[in-house]
Structures are given as structure tokens and as C-alpha cells.
Design a binder for this molecule. Structure first.
Ligand code: IDP
Ligand code: MG
Length: 153
């Protein structure tokens, strides 16, 4: 099954939305396999947001991501990368569809509640960036037969 990275951004923490957002992934049927709270650094964000380093908002974005701790989560499930990405909604939250996380809790292009990996390849890279093997918890999923067809597990 796929694994994907979600970062609950500083605004999510400060606005008291951590439980709401985690609850959405739980209710969708995804499995939480790793989680930790960290203060991101400028160096970590230079790497994580390298694809945006020429953008005029790059420093504002990094400052926003360092304004408070973040919560890093790894969610596992069938097609987890796309499922989580779709649940987050459009980057520019003012255009995000209601029912998505960004569409329900934000209007900003920058302060948009969550980071989600955008492909399976990037999910693997990003998870390695923030987690080591011992961060992952291996535990039974007794409800999987009620969540998945045999070929989806
Ligand atoms: P994503 O988070 O939906 O994958 P990316 O294009 O990878 O979007 O951008 C990473 C983050 O950079 C966004 O989540 C958002 O916080 C910020 N960002 C992206 N575009 C803009 C913009 O036009 N203005 C301000 N911040 C932006
Ligand atoms: Mg992105």
C-alpha cells in the first residue's frame, strides 16, 4: 500500500485544527503509521521547497513554515498519495473546493493548512527527508477486510 507525507502547517496548529484535519484522514480509512512534531528550519525548507526557490514568495513561505512547530504524519492506504492530495484541495485555497481541507479551513495561497506529497516518487523522497525507519510503527489493521477488496490491500 502507498504511503504519503502530510505536514500540518503552523497555521493548522495555531488555529486548533490539528484534530479536525487528522480526523478527516482517519475517517477516510487511512492508517497513521508515523507522526512527530518538529520545528522546521530554514535549511530543511530550502530542500523541501527547492522547486519554489525563485518565487517572490519563497522567504514568506519559509517564514510561515517556521512560525510555529509543524506536525509530520505518514498516512498509509490504497492510492494514499492521490487520495490525500485530493482531500487537501487546490494550493490556492481561495479556489479550493468546499469539502476539501483547504476549501473548508483557508482562503490563502500560502497559509493553506497542509502540505501533501504530489506523487508517489516525491512521497518516498519526502518521507525519507523527515522520517527514519524507527519512526514507523508496525501494528495490525484488523478492519482492513472491511475497508478494502483483497486486491487493494
Ligand atoms: P502544494 O502545497 O499544493 O503542493 P506547491 O506549488 O508545491 O503547492 O507550493 C508549496 C507551498 O508554497 C504551498 O502549499 C503554499 O503554501 C506556497 N505557495 C504556492 N504558491 C503560492 C503563491 O502563489 N503565493 C504564496 N504562497 C504560495
Ligand atoms: Mg507541492
Amino acid at each position: 500500500m502507498e504511503r504519503t507525507l502530510v505536514i500540518l502547517k503552523p497555521g493548522c496548529l495555531q488555529r486548533g485544527l490539528v484534530g479536525e484535519v487528522i480526523s478527516r484522514f482517519e475517517k477516510r480509512g487511512l492508517k497513521l503509521v508515523a507522526m512527530k512534531m518538529v520545528q522546521l528550519t530554514d535549511e530543511m525548507l530550502d530542500v523541501h521547497y527547492a522547486h519554489l526557490k525563485e518565487k517572490p514568495f519563497f522567504q514568506w513561505l519559509k517564514d510561515g513554515m517556521m512560525a510555529a512547530p509543524v506536525i509530520l504524519c505518514c498516512w498509509e492506504g490504497y492510492s494514499a498519495v492521490q487520495v490525500v492530495r485530493d482531500m487537501a484541495g487546490a494550493t490556492r485555497a481561495s479556489k479550493a473546493v468546499p469539502g476539501t481541507i483547504r476549501g473548508d479551513y483557508s482562503v490563502s495561497a500560502q497559509e493553506n493548512i497542509v502540505h501533501t506529497s504530489d506523487s508517489l516518487e516525491n512521497a518516498e523522497i519526502e518521507l525519507k527527508r523527515f522520517f527514519v525507519d524507527s519512526d514507523y510503527c508496525d501494528y495490525p489493521s484488523p478492519l482492513n477486510q472491511y475497508k478494502y477488496a483483497p486486491d487493494e490491500m
